[in-house]
Design a protein. Sequence first.
Length: 348
Amino acid sequence: MPEFRSMEVADEITCERQGDHAAGHHQEFPHEHRTYGMVGASERMLDVYGIVARVAPTTSTVLIQGETGTGKELISRAIHSASRRTHRPFVTVDCSALAETLLESELFGHVKGAFTGALTDKRGFFEAAAGGTCFLDEIGEVSPCMQAKLLRVLQEREVRRVGGTDSVKVDVRVIAATNKDLATLVAEGKFREDLFYRLSVVTIVLPPLRERQEDIPLLARHFLDSYLVDNDRAASSISPDAMALLVAYEWPGNVRELQHAIERAAALSLNPILVPEDLPPALVGAVRQAGAPVGPGLRLQEVVTGHLRRVLKQAGWNKKLAAELLGIHRRTLYRLTKRYGIPLGKRE
């Protein structure tokens, strides 16, 4: 297998966190950067891991916010897996995929004869998740009526099946996720304030992939390795030119889009190393149309250097602001600028 050394930014973060200065040895990623399936070594993702580790052993409800494809369900599973409920059910409900009447029946269950087709009593998802975790995905899509019923579940820890009169006590932890800003919806009168506070006892905000570019090489390598385990394909590494394109791309579909791009490239490639021609044409075209400094033979470090300079200029060469825009610690910014010869005291 060709040695993979196109991970300067990931190397810098890894060295800082682990004191390992043997950069370039990333055939096996550090275990803590793949906690419960999560991959990333950026400052912002390490902060997320810290919150997950602290909140998992508790019974607090958790609200996960982030764009589509950032890995909200993966985070919820990580919380469940690290909790005392790990051996009990983890039940996922996509609130946006079901009509209101069907969602109510699926969540709370129903009694025989409650509606046409209700031939027997049926437990809902909350009862099915007894002792475990119920993950409510796209919670921002539920109607005001359903919001009121969910609030009752969180307050009283009980459900009432559709068509029934008796309440059933449930011991279930609720984790909710949304790609919307619930606080804004509350201000607009579209989401109940009391339910928002019940759900957001602990809030985790997942950054989009474009705001944690240093994780892209780690993720790309992880997805390629995962694909190779299940498929007998030729590609076993990623060329610097291809990696430069991956880092420069904006990733509107976030981690999910990156995973699909790597799988497509690995499935179609006839080479032992993935090259730019293996990547989705739309991705390559978008990078070049945006004018990113990517071309044949360009090293990944040149892309990183260009990005650092652009962000520093955008921040007016304010080091604290630049680090915040990059989603990294200031110490990491100092090390990166030193490595790539960018004088922080000089305005260009």
